[in-house]
Design a protein around this ligand. Structure first.
Ligand SMILES: Cc1ncc(COP(=O)(O)O)c(C=O)c1O
Length: 463
C-alpha cells in the first residue's frame, strides 16, 4: 500500500530502499539527502524510474546485459510455465531446459562440447580456474597451476576472480589475493607508446609476444591457463589489434596452456557474432558467458569446454577425487536455461546478429563524426553494438581526461534521459572511456539519439 494511497506513489518503496538496501558499486552518503534511483519498468530500449522519468538505455541494463530489450513476454511466459512444472533440482541431475539449451548453444560453438551451469560471470570463471587447477594436479603434479590474465581485463567480483583482475583500483583494499595469478600486458594500441611499443603494423604481434615473454619468465611448466576477454569491456572497450589473436593461439598451443575466453560481455551476440572469439578465428579450450545468455530475465552462466578438457575428468573412474568436484546450488535452477532458449530464439527470429553488425557500424560512424567535432575524444573503438570513446585532455600527448569530467558527461546524459556508461574506479588516471552497449534491437533513431545526447553533454561539460 502506498503512503498517500495512490497506486503510483512509490515513496514507501523509496523509503524502504533508503533504509535497507545496500546498492552495488555506489557511495551511499549522498542518499542521506537525495533519493537513490529505482527503475520500475522497462519496454524495448527504454526504462522508467520511480518519478516516471523515461530513459533511453544505451548500456542494456547498465552493464551490457539486456541484449534483447525489456518487456519480452515470451521469455516470462516460458519461464513461468517451466517453474510450475519443475523449478529446481540439484545439478547432479539434468533438466529438460538445461539439456535443450546446452544442445542449442553447442551448435553455435564448433569445437566445444560441454556446458557447466552456474549463476554469474564470476562464478563461471571460478569454475574454469578450478578446471585448470585440477588438470594441473591430475596431469602435472600440481606444477602447471598458474593462470595468466591481462592488464585492463576484468573477470568478476569474487576474491579468486579479483586475483585475476587487471583493474587495480577495483581490487584495492580487498587483498590479499590467492597466489598463482600472473598479469600480462594489455593490448590497447592507442596507448602502445606507454608500453614502449610502436602502434601500427606489428603492434598486435608485439602485444601478444609479451604473453610469451611472461610464460618464459615464469617457466612454461608452471603455466596452465590464460584467460582473456575477446574484446575488453569494463577496461575501456579494447578491440585487440590485427595479428594479436593468431599469435595468442600459437603461444598457447606451443606451451600447452589452456586458452580460457571470458565471453561474459561479448557472448550471445554483443559483437555481431554469437561469440566475440568467433570474430578472430580462435579456438578456445574453455569459454565462459553470463550477462547476455538470458538477457537478465533469469540468472544463468555457463562454463563451456572442449571434449578434450571434459575427458580429463573421467579418465580414471577409480580415483575418488578424479572428477570435477564442484557444485553451484542455483546452477540447477531451470529458469536460466528456459529464458536462455527463448532469448536465443528471439535473436535468431528477429535477425539480431545482423542488426547488431549494421547498427554497430552506424554507431561507430556516428562516434567518429562526434570525434571530428570534439577534440576531447581521443580514440573511438568498438565491434558490433559494443563501442567506446576515450576522452583526453590533450590529443597530442593523449593525457587522459579527468575521471570527474568523464562522470560529468555520464551525469549530463542521464539528466537528458539517456543512460550511458564509463570506465570507473578501475585504474588510477585511466577511468576515461565512455561506454555504449545498447540492446541488439537498436534502430538508427535510437543510436542517433544516444550520440546526440553525448554531443550535447560534451559541449556543456567541456565548454
Ligand atoms: C568480462 C566480465 N567477466 C566477468 C564479469 C563478472 O560477472 P558477474 O558480475 O555476473 O559475476 C563481468 C562483469 O561485469 C565482466 O564484464
Amino acid at each position: 500500500m502506498s503512503m498517500d494511497g495512490s497506486p503510483n506513489d512509490l515513496s514507501n518503496v523509496v523509503a524502504a530502499d533508503k533504509a535497507h538496501v545496500w546498492h552495488h558499486l555506489i557511495q551511499h552518503k549522498p542518499f542521506e539527502t537525495t533519493d537513490p534511483r529505482i527503475i520500475v519498468e522497462g519496454k524495448g530500449m527504454r526504462v522508467w524510474d520511480q518519478n516516471g522519468k523515461e530513459h533511453l538505455d544505451g548500456v542494456s541494463g547498465g552493464v551490457w546485459t539486456v541484449n534483447v530489450g525489456y518487456g519480452r513476454e515470451r521469455i516470462a511466459d516460458a519461464v513461468r510455465d517451466q517453474l510450475v512444472k519443475m523449478n529446481y533440482f540439484a545439478g547432479a541431475a539434468g533438466s529438460i531446459p538445461g539439456s535443450r539449451f546446452a544442445e542449442r548453444l553447442i551448435a553455435k560453438m564448433p569445437g566445444m562440447t560441454r556446458v557447466y551451469y552456474s549463476n554469474s560471470g564470476s562464478e563461471a570463471n571460478e569454475k574454469g580456474y578450478k578446471m585448470i587447477r585440477q588438470i594441473a594436479h591430475k596431469l602435472y603434479g600440481g606444477k602447471k597451476h598458474k593462470i595468466l590474465y591481462r592488464e585492463r581485463d576484468y573477470h568478476g567480483t569474487t576474491i579468486g576472480a579479483m586475483a585475476s583482475g587487471g583493474h587495480h583500483q577495483r581490487n584495492a583494499q580487498y587483498g590479499p589475493f590467492p597466489a598463482g595469478f600472473v598479469p600480462v600486458p594489455h593490448c590497447l594500441e592507442y596507448r602502445a607508446h606507454e608500453q614502449g611499443l610502436s602502434a601500427g603494423e606489428g603492434y598486435g604481434e608485439a602485444a601478444a609476444q609479451a604473453i610469451e615473454d611472461v610464460i618464459l619468465r615464469e617457466g612454461p611448466e608452471t603455466v596452465g591457463g590464460l584467460i582473456l576477454e575477446p574484446v575488453t569491456a569494463g577496461g575501456g572497450v579494447i578491440v585487440p589489434p590485427a595479428g594479436y589473436w593468431q599469435r595468442v593461439q600459437e603461444i598457447c598451443t606451443k606451451y600447452d596452456v589452456l586458452l580460457m575466453i571470458d565471453e561474459v560481455v561479448c557472448g550471445i551476440g554483443r559483437t555481431g557474432t554469437w561469440f566475440g572469439y568467433q570474430q578472430f578465428g580462435v579456438q578456445p579450450d574453455i569459454v565462459t558467458m553470463a550477462k547476455g545468455v538470458a538477457s537478465g530475465y533469469a540468472a544463468i552462466s555457463c562454463t563451456v569446454t572442449t571434449e578434450r578438457v571434459f575427458d580429463m575428468f573421467k579418465d580414471d573412474a577409480s580415483d575418488p577425487l578424479g572428477y570435477f568436484r564442484d557444485i553451484s546450488t542455483f546452477g540447477g535452477c531451470t529458469a536460466g536455461p528456459t529464458a536462455a532458449l527463448e532469448n536465443m530464439a528471439i535473436i535468431e527470429e528477429e535477425g539480431l546478429l545482423d542488426n547488431c553488425t549494421a547498427m554497430g557500424a552506424h554507431m561507430m560512424e556516428q562516434l567518429h563524426a562526434l570525434a571530428d567535432k570534439h577534440d576531447v575524444i581521443g580514440d573511438v573503438r568498438g565491434m558490433g553494438l559494443f563501442c567506446g570513446a576515450e576522452l583526453v585532455a590533450d590529443r597530442d600527448s593523449r593525457t587522459p581526461a579527468a575521471e570527474k569530467m568523464v562522470q560529468a558527461v555520464v551525469a549530463d546524459c542521464m539528466q537528458q534521459g539517456t543512460i550511458i556508461g564509463a570506465t570507473n574506479r578501475s585504474f588510477e588516471g585511466y577511468n576515461n572511456t565512455l561506454c555504449f552497449s545498447p540492446a541488439l534491437i537498436s534502430t538508427k533513431d535510437d543510436i542517433n539519439a544516444i550520440v546526440a545526447s553525448v554531443d550535447e553533454a560534451l559541449t556543456r561539460v567541456f565548454a
